[in-house]
Each structure stands twice: as structure tokens, then as C-alpha cells.
Design a protein around this ligand. Structure first.
Ligand code: ADP
Ligand code: MG
Length: 435
């Protein structure tokens, strides 16, 4: 199927041509015809599957076909809510791109910045509003936003809204919407609470399921580096300095961890920026733009801050920490390998993270390659073996024995063992401290 076959109006077809899109993605070819007919939609799909275009195109077409009559007084006809500011901005950008040959006005609003510029635009009149729940609810309560003319309502990444404790606000927003409207509901996963919400707002929806973008994931090289937690930063520096890495999105489990990584990279002369929830909106947007425009090569992010962010031509995703939830792994690595350009996902795995890796391996169909020949191999397993055999060094030899640095490592192992041996009861404590 081609976009040509989808009964789209000329200005939209033209915009798609400009973008170089000819073939709709699976979710687009399944969703667009039904959405153009006015049906509700339940979409089970992750980032990178083409969701935004799947709902933006029918909405733009629907509004512009009905809009002719009321051109001078704009009212919000479409509302899209998304969990993060970055995602909201990205969605608004998409509406502008796909609608570049139309005369509709799109506005994006989110918290963390002054509301004045936003309310000014709202007062002038807009057709499409993209918002995060908190700020939207604020502005509804202050009567800057009226939703009574909304004909299209989109809830994007509903499961993440649940994770981020936004469902209460979302329900309040829904209460302000007219009963008659077309609703599009998207979520990568369907926890019970999300299913309940979907059932309560959708009217006999068509259901489109697109499982993890496995086709994308299949073309990504996946590598695992076993490394002690304390050596992760050193390994990261080593890779960034010595490997052919054009751009890297580094995932950290915590905000604090992300800051620490950036600080350590800077000390090593590597320019990096961080995005996470504790940074101001302006700082986050700036860091993201710098990264997209290749001004910075390394972006360190937490999962929440990086959600839904679409970066073209990202060569590497680096999991500094393995995610607790295996699906998050698929989500993270899917940031690279977009548009079939390929990409590499590198994961660091410490002794304590091995169980996490196991569940990730169960989920991914493609095998993850073990990289053993690197500068900071895991030493702890060796220590365990030594400790088990009463301190006699019967441990496996390091994997890269012929290299001088391995010999150095071997000596280090012995030194560490010597330390752990003294207070025998402390062996466990030593382990937790280092991992
Ligand atoms: P999602 O919301 O699922 O993350 P988007 O609609 O934002 O997906 O699309 C993801 C990326 O794929 C974007 O860079 C977008 O420009 C591109 N894209 C979307 N649809 C198509 C298509 N039909 N052909 C080629 N590229 C596309
Ligand atoms: Mg998206």
C-alpha cells in the first residue's frame, strides 16, 4: 500500500512527498482508513512505529475538510495529550510538518515554563492543541482553555502517564471534553488500569496492535560488556575515545547517576549533556537540540526524559545501567536503527545485573553478542571463585590472557583478594559495596 491509495487530500499528500514518505508504516496503513471514517482507535504500539503520523494525518484532514466555514474564529478542535514535554513538542512539530500546506494553527503547552506566552497564543485562537496533562489542567481551571469544541482527542503513551502518576489529571481533563468526539488511545502496554480507562472512553474502537518494532530491533547490533559497577565510567570513556561512535544516547537509571556520568566524561575531556526530570524545560530542550543537531555527541538520559524522543540517525545506544523492566530495553535500543540505517546497542552488565540481563535475553529474539576483549573485564566473578576455594588462586584466568593489560588486571585481582581475605565475614559486604 502507498499513501497514494489512502484518499488523502492534496496538501497532505504534498507534505508527505516533501518528507520523502511514500509507504505508510503498518500502523498507519491500518489506522488511517478507519480514522478517516471517524472511528475510535485503540493502538497498542511503541515509539518508532509511526503512531504520530497515524493520528496526525487523519486529524489534519478531518479538520481542514470541515474548517472552511469557520476560518476567522479558531477554536480547539483537536486535543492531543502526551506524558512529557519533549514528546508533546515532537508531536506538535509533526502536525506542523504534515500540515505545512494547510492553514491550521497548532500550539504546544507544557509545564516548567512561564504560562504567559502560552495563554497569549491561546487567546489568539488555535485549531490543534498538544499538551502535557498538568499544565493543561491548570489552564483549563484558569479558563484559558475551553475544550467544548474538541472533535478529536488523542491520548498518547497512556501507560507512561500511568507510570508518571498522571492518570488523575487525565481523567479530570476527559471530564471537560464533549461526549461526541473521535478518540484515539495509544499505549505500548496494557496494564489493567489502562485497559479500564480505554474501555471507559472508547466507543467500539478498531484495535491495532503493533508488537515491539522487532523489524527495527532485528537490524540493531546488540553487544554486552560485563564490567564491575565501579569500572563502568572508565569503560564508557574508553569506548567513547576509541570506538567509532558518531553519536551516543547513554541511559542511566537515575537522575543523579546521569549527572555523575556527564561530570566524569567532562573530566576525561568528553563533551556530554544530560536530560532528566530535575533539569529545567529550557535546559532539556537545549540539550536535546544540541544533540539532534550534532553539536554534542553524547547525551545522557533517564528513561522518563528520553521517552518518545525521536532522533534521526543515532548510531549508538549505550545502556550504562540495565533497565529493571525488560521491555524498557527494547524501547531504549529502538532509538537507534531507525529508518533501517542500522545501529549498535551496547549494554554494560555488572555481576548484580546478570539476572536483569537474563530476562532481557528471554525477550529479545536476536542474540546479544558478548564482548570479552575489553579494557575493564568483570573481576568479581573471579574473586568469588577464589573466595570459594579458600583463598587459593584457582580462579579462571582472565579472558584475554595474552594482553599485557590482562596481566595487570590479574595482579589487581590478587590484590583485591588479599584485601577481602582479611575480614572473612566481610566478603559479602565487599561485594555489595562494589556492586
Ligand atoms: P511514533 O509516534 O510511533 O514514535 P512517528 O510518527 O513519530 O512514530 O514516526 C517515527 C519516525 O518515523 C519519524 O522520524 C517519522 O518522521 C518517521 N516516519 C513516520 N512515518 C513514516 C513513513 N510512512 N515513512 C517513512 N518514515 C516515516
Ligand atoms: Mg511518537
Amino acid at each position: 500500500m502507498l499513501f497514494e491509495d489512502l484518499n488523502l487530500i492534496e496538501p497532505i499528500k504534498k507534505a508527505l512527498k516533501t518528507k520523502g514518505f511514500t509507504k505508510p508504516t503498518p500502523i498507519q496503513s491500518r489506522a488511517i482508513p478507519s480514522l478517516l471514517k471517524g472511528m475510535d482507535l485503540l493502538g497498542c504500539a511503541q515509539t518508532g512505529t509511526g503512531k504520530t503520523a497515524a493520528f496526525a494525518i487523519p486529524i489534519l484532514q478531518g479538520i481542514s475538510l470541515q474548517h472552511k466555514a469557520s476560518a476567522n474564529h479558531r477554536q480547539i478542535q483537536a486535543l492531543i495529550i502526551a506524558p512529557t514535554r519533549e514528546l508533546a513538542i515532537q508531536i506538535a512539530d509533526s502536525f506542523e510538518e504534515y500540515g505545512e500546506n494547510l492553514t491550521l494553527k497548532t500550539l504546544v503547552i507544557y509545564g516548567g515554563v512561564s504560562q504567559n506566552p502560552q495563554t497569549k497564543e491561546l487567546t489568539k485562537g488555535i485549531d490543534i492543541l498538544v499538551a502535557t496533562p498538568g499544565r493543561l489542567l491548570d489552564l483549563i481551571n484558569q479558563r484559558f482553555v475551553s475544550l467544548k469544541n474538541v472533535k478529536y482527542f488523542v491520548l498518547d503513551e497512556a501507560d507512561h502517564m500511568l507510570d508518571m502518576g498522571m492518570l488523575q489529571d487525565v481523567r479530570k481533563i476527559i471530564a471537560h471534553l464533549p461526549k461526541e468526539k473521535q478518540t484515539m488511545f495509544f499505549s505500548a502496554t496494557m496494564p489493567a488500569e489502562i485497559e479500564k480507562l480505554a474501555n471507559s472512553i472508547l466507543k467500539s474502537p478498531i484495535k491495532v496492535m503493533v508488537t515491539p518494532p522487532s523489524s527495527t530491533v532485528e537490524i540493531i547490533e546488540q553487544e554486552i560488556y560485563y564490567v564491575d559497577r565501579g569500572n563502568k565510567v572508565n569503560l564508557l570513556i574508553d569506548l567513547l575515545k576509541n570506538k567509532d561512535i558518531i553519536s551516543a544516547l547513554v541511559f542511566s537509571r537515575t537522575k543523579h547517576g546521569a549527572n555523575k556520568i556527564v561530570k566524569n566524561l567532562s573530566k576525561a575531556g568528553l563533551n556530554a549533556e544530560a536530560i532528566h526530570g530535575n533539569k529545567s524545560q529550557t535546559a532539556r530542550q537545549l540539550a536535546l537540540n544540541n544533540f539532534k543537531e550534532r553539536k554534542t555527541r553524547i547525551l545522557v538520559a533517564t528513561d522518563i526524559a528520553a521517552r518518545g524522543i525521536d532522533i534521526e540517525e543515532l548510531s549508538h545506544v549505550i545502556n550504562f545501567d540495565l533497565p529493571e523492566v525488560p521491555e524498557t530495553y527494547v524501547h531504549r535500543i529502538g532509538r537507534t536503527g531507525r529508518a533501517r540505517r542500522g545501529g549498535t546497542a551496547i549494554s554494560f552488565c555488572s555481576q548484580a545485573e546478570k539476572p536483569l540481563l537474563k530476562s532481557i535475553q528471554k525477550l529479545t529474539t536476536k542474540s546479544i553478542i558478548e564482548i570479552n576483549d575489553h579494557a575493564y573485564p568483570l573481576v568479581e566473578t573471579n574473586i568469588e571463585a577464589i573466595v570459594k576455594s579458600n583463598g587459593r588462586n584457582t580462579s579462571k584466568k582472565p579472558m584475554t590472557q595474552d594482553k599485557p593489560r590482562s596481566i595487570r588486571r590479574n595482579n589487581e585481582i590478587k590484590k583485591k583478594v588479599a584485601r577481602t581475605e582479611k575480614p572473612r565475614s566481610n566478603v559479602k559486604g565487599y561485594k555489595t559495596k562494589n556492586d
